[in-house]
Design a protein around this ligand. Structure first.
Ligand SMILES: Cc1cc2nc3c(=O)[nH]c(=O)nc-3n(C[C@H](O)[C@H](O)[C@H](O)COP(=O)(O)OP(=O)(O)OC[C@H]3O[C@@H](n4cnc5c(N)ncnc54)[C@H](O)[C@@H]3O)c2cc1C
Length: 490
């Protein structure tokens, strides 16, 4: 039986553990914190408020995500948003404007000026980019649709998804579908009309415009909690991994093992482990001197990219992984506040609002969380709103103190939603390193990660710093990787 160690009990590591166990591996998950889920965590107060720390919803972007929910018998507990929550707002000139749901609506929306609307008609005739060029999202949008598109809808969207900066994000890596639409159809508009990005044969991907979003009755934490419960003793909490060594020889005790940690001169010129020298075991040492090291056939790192620097890796791996720790993660504050419904004049009839930087607000946007899922506020006439601050746009704001931040959130909501009362519930979490930014030059990180795997058989890297930042991306990637590991290791 293949013995597999997984470092990190976020959704990537847990999904991998579940899938590999189903494929016959003996798995062990090492999680540094005291609970499963990583960025996914839910707080419920005794008086009926609910707040998510990180993600609020998962997009059902493939059949595999549905399959995971059904493998866990969670269908009954899955909650799709209230149908009234479809509308999305973007702020323009200090006012909330509903994002048009159709092409016709796009031509009449006050979100864009007449000249920006005309640029939509010109878009199919714009030149394509050179294929080899790692273009920023900002340059891509300016080239295809013009500056106004960039400053309002795109800047707002990027703040909402990445808490990022379109002038730095790589269109190819951060928004691959946009780049592919241009590559495959020569135009974003024509590409959409022709059915979007072509899916490979056999793909179970659900097109974005058809994919639904969901959560669970008690919030998103239901998902990692359920996986962790299924895995039982295979998940160890409060066990940060500190050191990895690889050993040759067939001993589980390490007595006659050839331990590789500080060797020089016995690797290939590229730093690869020569095939004959393929490690038989990965030795994992946790940050507890009383815990003996444990040996595994397969090692999966499913932590964060910056967390790689907390682990002492063998010397052929370290130079490949060290640069990966530099993937930027700007800070984000997530502030959930509860209000009396009657204190807000706006109908809150949608998913939420996004605010482009040019509008000058100190917040990135606000989700109407109890419109999405009514059970997030006590049912006696209350609502919750979750507001995000900081990101690449305003990293300094994330560093200000909580009261100052609360003041900024409330004053923004007063202007935008005509809020009159004070919050009756508050939950704030600072993510000092929130979401990995796939900026231009990201390909070099991918190359290093590929090399780390190719040159160290039995070693794998998983997580939101590699294969997409959404929870849906991480689940899809876990299915792909579990299959690959099963093929390669059995
Ligand atoms: C504020 C915020 C809002 C978001 N909103 C959304 C959203 O609405 N929708 C969406 O789809 N996505 C959203 N995301 C992104 C999404 O939540 C993450 O990308 C995803 O959950 C990452 O999962 P992961 O398992 O790859 O990493 P993580 O969740 O970061 O898990 C990594 C785990 O590894 C552990 N670890 C690290 N190093 C070690 C070590 N040495 N030893 C042991 N354990 C270790 C950590 O403790 C952690 O538990 C949001 C993220 C944030 C922060």
């Amino acid at each position: 039986m293949t013995r597999t160690a997984i470092i990190g009990g976020g959704i990537s590591g847990l999904t991998l553990a579940l899938l590999l166990r189903d494929k016959g591996h003996s798995v062990r998950v090492f999680e540094a914190s005291d609970q499963p889920g990583g960025a996914i965590r839910t707080t419920r107060s005794t008086d009926g408020w609910m707040a998510e720390w990180g993600p609020n919803t998962i997009i059902e972007s493939s059949g595999r995500i549905k399959r995971l929910v059904s493998m866990l018998d969670l269908e009954e507990r899955r909650r799709y948003p209230d149908p009234t929550a479809k509308k999305r707002y973007i702020v323009r000139d200090g006012k909330m404007v509903a994002v048009p749901g159709s092409a016709g609506g796009l031509l009449s929306t006050p979100l864009l000026s007449t000249s920006a609307k005309l640029s939509i008609l010109r878009e199919p005739f714009r030149r394509r980019s050179r294929n080899d060029h790692d273009e920023t999202l900002a340059d891509f949008v300016r080239r295809r649709l013009g500056d106004e598109f960039l400053k309002w809808p795109i800047d707002a969207l990027v703040g909402g998804i990445y808490a990022g900066d379109p002038e730095r994000l790589s269109v190819r890596h951060a928004f691959p579908r946009l780049a592919l639409l241009e590559e495959q159809h020569g135009s974003l508009i024509l590409g959409q009309i022709k059915g979007g990005v072509r899916r490979p044969p056999g793909s179970d991907e659900i097109p974005r415009n058809k994919a639904e979003i969901f959560s669970f009755d008690d919030g998103l934490q239901v998902l990692p909690d359920t996986i962790s419960n299924r895995l039982g003793d295979a998940v160890s909490f409060l066990t940060p991994v500190k050191k990895i060594t690889f050993i040759n020889g067939n001993t589980g005790t390490g007595e006659s093992a050839d331990v590789h940690e500080q060797r020089t001169g016995d690797t290939s010129p590229t730093g690869a482990i020569p095939p004959a020298d393929r490690p038989q075991r990965w030795r994992v040492q946790v940050d507890d001197p009383l815990e003996p090291p444990q040996d595994f056939d397969v090692l999966i790192y499913a932590g964060t990219s910056y967390g790689l620097s907390d682990i002492d890796f063998p010397e052929t791996l370290a130079p490949l992984l060290d640069p990966v720790t530099e993937i930027p993660h700007p800070p984000v504050v997530s502030f959930t506040m509860g209000f009396r419904r009657s204190d807000i004049a706006h109908p809150l009839d949608g998913f939420g609002m996004l605010i482009p930087g040019i509008e000058g607000f100190p917040i990135l946007g606000t989700l109407f969380t109890s419109t999405l899922f009514p059970n997030r506020a006590p049912d006696d006439g209350h609502v919750t709103l979750t507001t995000y601050m900081g990101g690449s746009r305003q990293p300094d704001i994330a560093g200000t103190d909580e009261e100052e931040q609360a003041g900024m959130v409330v004053s923004s909501l007063r202007k935008l939603l005509e809020l009159s009362g004070e919050p009756r519930f508050r939950h704030r979490i600072l993510w000092s390193r929130a979401i990995p930014q796939y900026e231009t030059g990201f390909a070099r990180f991918l190359t290093l990660m590929d090399r780390a795997e190719q040159e160290h058989p039995g070693f794998y890297l998983a997580g939101n710093y590699r294969t997409g930042i959404s929870v849906g991306d991480t689940i899809n990637a876990a299915f792909d990787l579990a299959e690959r590991i099963h093929q390669e290791e059995s």
